[in-house]
Write a protein that binds this ligand. Structure first.
Ligand code: RET
Length: 251
C-alpha cells in the first residue's frame, strides 16, 4: 500500500498567514517607495518586487497549487523474510523554487548595490545563485537510492559558496570603502543574511532530502526563514536607507 506524506491544516494555515504577511509587506514597501522621487527608488523597487513574488508563491501554495508528489520506493531489508518495498509519495512545493529563482537574485542585488559592487561581480553572484536554486530543484525531484540527488545538492551547495565568497570577500571590502557607516551596516545585514540563508540547505537536508521532518514542520521552518529573509530584511534595509544617505546608488 502506498504511503502519502501531506501537509495538514497546520501547514495550510501557516501558508495563509505568511501570504498575508507578504501582502502587508508589499503594501508597506510600495508606500515607502512613493515617499521618495522615482529616480531614488532602486532599493524600494527591488525590495517590493521580492515580497510581491513571495505573495504570489504563498498564495499558490496555500490554495493548493505549485505542489507535486515525489515518488520514492523505500526498500526495507528483513532478516528472515524477503525484502519489502513501500511506495512513498511526499509533497514537493515546487512553487518555492519558482519564487526563489526570482527573489534570491533580487535579494543579492540589494546587497550588491549596498556594497557598491561592479556589474561583472553582480552578474556572477546572481547567476551562481540561480544555479544554486535550479540544481536544488533537480535535487528535490531526484530519485531516491541514487547518488544523483545528493550530487545535485552538492552542486547547489558549491554554487552557494560562490555567492558567499563574492559577498564576504569583495562585498565587504567595497562596502568598507564607502565609509564606516555603510561598512558596518553591510556587515550587519550581510551577516544576518548569511545566517538565515545557511539554514535553508540544512532544513532541505532534514526535510526534503532525508524525510526526517514531516511536511508541516517543513512548511513552518521555511515560513519562519522566509519572513526573516524577505519582509524583515526588506524593512531593515529600506528604513536604514532612509536615514543613511551614504547608501544611495547612482543607477
Ligand atoms: C537549497 C537546496 C540545495 C542546496 C542549497 C539550497 C539553498 C537555498 C537557499 C535559499 C534561500 C532562500 C531565500 C528565500 C527567501 O525567502 C536550494 C535549499 C544551498 C539559500 C532567502
Amino acid at each position: 500500500t502506498p504511503e502519502y506524506q501531506d501537509a495538514t491544516d497546520v501547514g495550510n494555515k501557516t501558508l495563509w498567514i505568511v501570504f498575508v504577511i507578504m501582502v502587508i509587506a508589499s503594501a508597506v514597501f510600495t508606500g515607502m517607495s512613493w515617499s521618495v522621487p522615482i529616480s531614488k527608488r532602486l532599493y524600494h523597487i527591488v525590495t517590493t518586487l521580492i515580497v510581491i513574488f513571495a505573495s504570489m508563491s504563498y498564495f499558490a501554495m496555500a490554495s493548493g497549487h505549485g505542489i507535486s508528489y515525489h515518488h520514492v520506493v523505500v526498500r526495507e531489508t528483513n532478516k528472515h523474510m524477503p525484502d519489502t518495498t513501500t511506495d512513498l509519495y511526499r509533497q514537493v512545493y515546487w512553487a518555492r523554487y519558482v519564487d526563489w529563482t526570482l527573489t534570491t537574485p533580487l535579494l543579492l542585488l540589494d546587497l550588491c548595490l549596498l556594497a557598491g559592487l561592479s556589474g561583472g561581480v553582480i552578474i556572477m553572484t546572481m547567476i551562481a545563485d540561480i544555479i544554486m536554486i535550479v540544481t536544488g530543484l533537480f535535487a528535490a525531484f531526484g530519485a531516491e537510492d541514487t547518488p544523483q540527488k545528493w550530487g545535485w545538492y552538492a552542486i547547489a551547495c558549491f554554487a552557494y559558496l560562490v555567492v558567499v565568497w563574492h559577498l564576504v570577500i569583495h562585498g565587504r571590502a567595497m562596502a568598507m570603502g564607502k565609509g564606516g557607516k555603510v561598512g558596518n551596516f553591510f556587515a550587519a545585514i550581510g551577516g544576518f543574511t548569511l545566517i538565515i540563508w545557511t539554514v535553508y540547505p540544512i532544513i532541505w537536508g532534514i526535510a526534503d532530502g532525508s524525510r526526517n521532518m514531516n511536511v508541516d514542520q517543513e512548511i513552518i521552518s521555511y515560513a519562519i526563514l522566509d519572513v526573516l529573509a524577505k519582509p524583515i530584511f526588506g524593512a531593515w534595509l529600506l528604513f536604514t536607507h532612509m536615514s543613511m544617505p551614504e547608501t544611495n546608488v547612482e543607477l
